[in-house]
Design a protein around this ligand. Sequence first.
Ligand code: AMP
Length: 289
Amino acid sequence: MPNSLISTGLKIFNAKKSLQQYLLQEKALTNTIGLVPTMGALHPGHLSLIEQAKQFNDKVVCSIFVNPTQFNDPKDLEKYPRTIEKDIELLEQVNCSALFNPPVNEIYDDNEQWHLDLGALEFLLEGKFRPGHYQGVTQVVYKLFDIVKPDTAYFGQKDYQQFLVISKMVELLKMPVKLVMCPILREADGLAMSSRNIHLSQEEHEHALILSKTLYWLKDNFDKDNIEGLRKEAESMINGRQGVELDYFEIADGKTLKPANENTENIVALVAAKVGITRLIDNIILVHP
Ligand code: AMP
């Protein structure tokens, strides 16, 4: 059967008013709403969040919005992959209930201001390399929560620091939404799935594998009493790989992202590096409380 004849239930909204009308009807039926915010160029990692949301909610809204305020580099924003037709097909295949795909002026007024005191979390790791990034992230996620008013919102561990930042925002603003962190989906060779991976040449993809290889090596060899030694070794494993330019490799407290020590209960290793012109991030949980 040609694709166009397959009837699917995906509802597509570009305007927040029409999305809200749909959601009001659903909520009147006491249906629970799960939200999966994305920037599109969907891959199985995104779809795993939707599957998780479907399991625990009556209706699932996926948003696709390439948020300009979280890009500190205009060139990065310009080259961010946009594949909306393919995304719609994928959302139909996984039976997502609704797609919210607004234009920029549906989300932002001209010269809108936003600032939230996120404390040290804003300036560590990603925050250091992408100034203003988390202000932009909280600005858009606040708006999405305000528009959709989901019962639960689903985010990936892939963006570990983002999850902490959004948790902090929800706590500060006392927003009535539950947050769920979903595991990282990887390619068979270990590379964390990312919309940005489509920019990698085959050779760069090979080079990029050093990130996940190093994280798994660290997990296998982890020793709370030798954190700094292991961190340095991990750093030099990545620096030794041609074509990979390390931004940071940190072994951090999973709650604060400050450097971990032997008394830290919750430990995560986080890495960011450029492979060619593509910036990749990855992480692994080393110690659960
Ligand atoms: P993005 O479109 O990159 O903003 O990602 C949207 C959501 O999907 C975020 O919560 C990400 O953490 C999550 N995500 C991205 N890549 C993966 C992955 N490989 N596995 C699981 N979740 C992911």
